[in-house]
Design a protein around this ligand. Structure first.
Ligand SMILES: [Zn+2]
Length: 495
């Protein structure tokens, strides 16, 4: 065996050869410059002791979170009973109900979504989760031990913009209809910390019916809704120890209509925003490889990242940390925009995304339960640490993708002045990040993007088409056909 090259390369102590074989100390592997003489045990012993001490010290440091304050007590082990209560069969039961015929794809503003919300409230009551919605007017339900009486439902109105292809004659077309977020609280135990909330979110709505077909949204997002129900029952489990901080659970509506439910909550929070220490968002977690997941939002808080990584050791997931505009396309973004640290867990897009093919039979309920386990462990750590997670803004590219704008799909029927051909789609620019290609090109909120270059956008996923084209044109230029205040423009974007 020849290893000469290495030593010299490392710039270490020049080695003395003993007949070509490198003389090293058998105990500590140090090159023995005194090969010609007896070993000098003293130096070797001191070196060994130093190594052992360093290892001990490292061990102690490793068990304490790197960002932990010196006096941070170790996080207690999560209660075994709570973890064991998260089971695939239950997760599948929830998915099966939420994708049933009666719920007609849970389009927000339609009865199907209201049935889903009612189901969530029933489950929370059965688990013993307290209501977390708006405080009820005095004289209503009796107040609870930990504060004024609340409702589970946070109602808000949504304009029923039928999704592309939903077809004429839809009775609710364009009308404003009530929908609701569903909120629950599991109160923490610590005198001070229980007024702070580890928030977990998932949207329960989907796109409803299009072209008379029901889009059941099993993965998007009955899977995340189900995982969050499993987390709720685990935290609320009778006789299981509770964490120090409180847990706030929210199932939002109207995500598919532009993140409207989480927007409504972030602007009308039922608990003070300043007391929400993070958002852990779960969206589409029941497909693709069983032990692989994507995570967005890394870097919004080192403490959150750490709790997530520690949980991954137990949940057994291989996570890929992702950046880009998908970060802007689920509910955590409305918390992020309020400077609340967040993580977004998803198993990623697949061929059945936003199609009638997204059905319960293709859901991996074992994976949904594993995601619930992961979310429970991450939340448990954050809810028990004295120090709340610090917040960091992400750099532009990490959070807004190649274009740097939040895009929404809207119905062509809603923008007749766009004069689109059948099958063509458009997307609405909801917000533009400064210093991004969209910002430099002076794209404006309210603009409608109709085409990239000469290619009109497809009706089924206009947003995806724009983002793919922007990513493909990285380092170059691309022109967008835009409708702004009734006028058609060409906007050139440098990427
Ligand atoms: Zn979704």
């Amino acid at each position: 065996m020849r290893i000469t090259a290495e030593w010299n390369a490392s710039g270490g102590t020049p080695a003395i050869r003993d007949g070509g074989r490198l003389a090293v100390c058998r105990r500590c592997g140090a090159p023995n410059v005194a090969t010609l003489g007896a070993m000098r045990p003293r130096r070797c012993r001191a070196r060994t002791i130093a190594l052992v001490l360093a290892a001990l010290l490292a061990g102690r440091v490793a068990s304490r979170p790197t960002h932990a304050a010196a006096d941070e007590p170790p996080v207690p082990e999560p209660p075994a009973g709570a973890v064991a209560s998260i089971v695939p069969a239950e997760a599948l039961k929830h998915v099966t109900y939420l994708t049933g015929d009666k719920l007609e794809g849970r389009g927000s503003g339609f009865e199907g979504a209201n049935l889903a919300a009612r189901y969530l409230v029933e489950q929370l009551k059965a688990f013993g989760v307290e209501p977390g919605g708006p405080v009820l007017p005095a004289g209503g339900a009796p107040s609870t031990t930990t504060g004024p009486a609340r409702a589970y439902e946070q109602p808000f109105d949504v304009r029923c913009v039928p999704f592309p292809g939903q077809g004429a004659g839809d009775e609710a077309k364009g009308q404003v209809a009530p929908t609701m977020n569903v909120c629950g609280i599991v109160r923490g135990t610590d005198e001070k910390l229980r007024d702070e909330y580890v928030l977990l979110s998932a949207h329960y709505d989907h796109v409803g019916k299009m072209k008379k077909k029901v889009f059941r949204g099993a993965d998007d997002n009955a899977s995340g809704t189900s995982a969050l129900l499993e987390v709720a029952q685990a935290f609320a489990l009778k006789d299981a120890p509770r964490p120090r901080r409180s847990i706030f659970l929210i199932w939002v509506s109207a995500e598919e209509r532009g993140l409207l439910g989480s927007k409504h909550f972030s602007e009308n929070p039922t608990v003070p925003l300043a007391q929400i220490v993070c958002d852990l968002n779960i969206d589409m977690v029941g497909r693709n490889k069983p032990r692989e997941m994507d995570v967005y939002g890394n870097g919004t808080s080192p403490e959150l990242d750490e709790a997530h990584l520690a949980a991954a050791v137990k949940s057994g997931f291989k996570f890929t940390a992702r950046t880009g505009s998908i970060f802007l396309r689920s509910d955590q973004v409305n918390f992020y925009e309020k400077n609340i640290p967040c993580l977004f867990w998803t198993s990623g897009l697949h061929k059945d995304y936003h199609t009638p093919g997204d059905v319960a039979a293709k859901i991996d309920e074992g994976k949904v339960a594993r995601v619930a386990h992961h979310a429970y462990l991450t939340a448990w750590t954050i809810a028990n640490r004295t120090e709340r997670p610090s917040f960091r803004k992400l750099d532009k590219n990490a959070s807004s993708g190649p274009l740097g704008a939040v895009l929404d799909m809207v119905s062509p029927e809603d923008v007749p002045q766009a004069k689109l051909e059948p099958g063509q789609g458009l997307c609405l620019v909801r917000s533009v990040m400064d210093g991004t290609p969209a910002g430099e090109a002076k794209l404006q909120p309210g603009d409608h993007i109709l085409a990239v270059g000469d290619a009109p956008l497809p009706e089924d996923d206009p947003v995806g088409a724009v983002e793919k084209a922007m990513a493909a044109a990285k380092g170059g230029k691309e022109s967008l056909r835009v409708l702004r205040a009734g006028k058609f423009l060409r906007v050139v974007v440098k990427l």
